[in-house]
Structure formats: C-alpha cells, structure tokens
Ligand binder design. Sequence first.
Ligand code: NDP
Ligand code: GDR
Length: 320
Amino acid sequence: MKRTAFITGITGQDGSYLAELLLDRGYDVHGMVRRSSVERFDRIEHLRGRVTLHQGDLLDQRSLGDALRATQPDEIYNLAAMSFVAVSWVQPTLTAEFSGVGVTRILEAVRETCPDARFYQASSSEMFGKVREVPQTELTPFYPRSPYGVAKAYGHFITVNYRESYGLHATSGILFNHESPRRGLEFVTRKITWHAAAIKLGLVDKLRLGNLDAERDWGYAKDYVEAMWMMLQRDQPDDFVIATGVAHSVRECVEIAFDQAGLAVNDYVETDSSLIRPADVEQLIGDCTKARELLGWEPRTNFEALIRLMVDADLALLTQ
Ligand code: NDP
Ligand code: GDR
C-alpha cells in the first residue's frame, strides 16, 4: 500500500531533497508551508504538481493538528526550524519558540491525531557546542553555545521524553553540518561558493568572513536525507549521529572553492569582526558508527567534492 509522509520545512534545503527521495520511493508526500505575502517555494517548484501542501506554522497548534488530521501520515519529518545560528542571538525567544517549543507542539499534535505514526526530529551537532569529547557520539553530553543550540537540545530531549512517556515512535537524528547547491546563501559554505562564482564572473569583488579557523564535519545534504528515511524504517525508535567523521576549517573551504573558480584567495577574501559570533563552536567531528552498524548508512560525498560541485552549481546559476 502507498505510504504517506508529512514534512515540516519542506521548502528548506533538507525538506526539498527529502521530498524528492520519498517521491522516488513511491510515497504520497505532504508538506507544511507557512503563509507569506510573497510565495517563495523555489526549492520545491519542480515538485509542485506532485506534493500536497498544507498551510501551517510551528507557532500555531491548531494548524499542526489540522494538517496531520487531514494527512494521516505513516511518517512525519519535523525539519522546520529557525536554522541560522547567528540569527539566534538576534531573535533568541523566537528561536526557542520555533526550534524548541515548536517540537512539543507537533508532538502533541501527533499524540492527538496520529499516535501510531513514526516521527523524526531534526536534531543538530550544535547541541555538542563546546565539546565534551572528540569525536562526538550519541552518548556525548551536550554543551550548546548558542540560543539555537539550546533550543535544539530542548527539541531533542522532548522527543526522547515523548518516546519514553507515551510510547511514540519518535526518533532524533543528530546531524552534523550538511550542505548542497540548495543551501541558504547565509551559511558559510554556500556564501563562499556563491562569492567564488560571483567574483569569477565579475559580479562582486570581495568576500567578507568571520572566524576562518572554525572547523566543521561537513557532508552532502542528499546523503543525509537518506539517513533520515533509514531511521524511520526501523521498528525501534532511537537516536543517531550522522556525520562524515572528518573536520575541515572555513579556511580550507575558501581554498578549495577559489581553486575551483580559478582565483587566488588573497586577492579577494577579508575578515570582518562583525561576523564573529558572541560564542562560537570551534570544532565538531561526529562518529557515526551506530548509524553504519544499525542503518547501513555511509556518507558518499567527501568535503572537497562537495565544495567543488557547489562552486560549479553557482557558476551555472549565475550565468543563466
Ligand atoms: P532551512 O533553513 O533550509 O529550512 C528551514 C525550513 O523551516 C524552511 O522550510 C522554513 O520555511 C521552515 N520554517 C521555519 N520556521 C517555521 C515555522 N515557524 N513554521 C513552519 N515552518 C518553518 O534548514 P535545513 O533544511 O538546512 O535544515 C532542516 C532542519 O535540520 C532544521 O531544523 C535545522 O535546524 C536542522 N539541521 C540542519 C543541519 C544542516 O546542516 N543543514 C544540521 C543539523 C540540523 P520558510 O521557507 O517559510 O522559511
Ligand atoms: P553552523 O553553520 O553555525 O555550523 O550551523 P554556518 O555555516 O553558519 O557556520 C559554520 C562556521 O563558519 C563560521 N563562519 C561563518 N559563518 C557564516 N554563516 N558566515 C560567515 O561569514 C562566516 N565566517 C565564518 C561560523 O562562525 C561557524 O563557526 C549549521 C546550521 O545548518 C544549523 O542549522 C545546523 O544545526 C548546524 O549547521 C549543524
């Protein structure tokens, strides 16, 4: 029988790739979108005829219940959030509402309308923050370093708690950074690849960055949405770290991107102290042994290949 999936955050980077994956696997795909005076569904424009969209917002309990009641999903992927760490200091309360309490709202809606559905929560390596051990696993204690990380830690634990309190099939994927040509322009990899392409084409002349020494375990979003799906195929709900196990610095990202564009870094890149965060996460490295062993999941795309493909995509985008 055809299975039904419901995705919050379907207009985001991950939501759009996950919708494609689920359609390919024969699912009836539903997504939640929020009202805006200008409709911006660029990432799912090519899927518009194949997915059903429901109006809703993580701030609005009624809309969550109504959308789930109408959909009666087998699987729910809660990807919606205020996902940009830097803005979480500017809008700390709203971030807590979206990315923290919003998880409780949707879990309550699940309990009320479709308690047998399988639920996925988009947790984050930002919860490890000022890391307690290297590499980080499912058992590493959290020490979030931003209002976003704190909100995600709440979302993670409320998911665990509803699994243990009410027997929901609720799973939390602790995903490390993952990028793609659909990544928002404000995130550092895409900011770098877009600028490398734009400088190459003579459209802009500088790239200003903050902390060049920060290191992240960066993977490819397409590989990571597959892990989300794999987690919900298990009869046992659980928590999984998804990562590549290798960290690179922002500086290395710049070097690869500019090399791909055929440019010399020193001529174009400047540091800008206003882009330094009040508290940054210096290094994240994940250990995805549990996902390898229990899900059979493997990252397929390495960092260098990822950054090069993003530069090529930005060159193509800007020459359209
Ligand atoms: P994006 O920022 O690309 O997408 C976020 C989505 O959430 C958008 O569809 C956005 O809708 C929606 N959204 C935001 N606020 C609300 C709200 N109040 N109600 C309903 N929808 C809302 O994020 P990603 O795709 O990169 O990430 C997906 C999830 O995974 C997020 O929860 C993120 O925090 C988490 N995560 C991401 C990682 C990464 O490296 N990408 C790593 C670990 C976790 P709109 O289009 O209207 O703005
Ligand atoms: P992050 O991603 O905060 O890890 O959160 P981001 O790409 O924003 O920053 C990564 C690191 O790069 C440094 N940096 C800059 N960052 C941005 N955005 N812009 C700059 O100009 C810049 N210069 C240096 C940052 O200080 C940081 O150390 C992402 C999001 O997708 C979250 O939603 C997700 O949960 C985590 O990844 C895992």
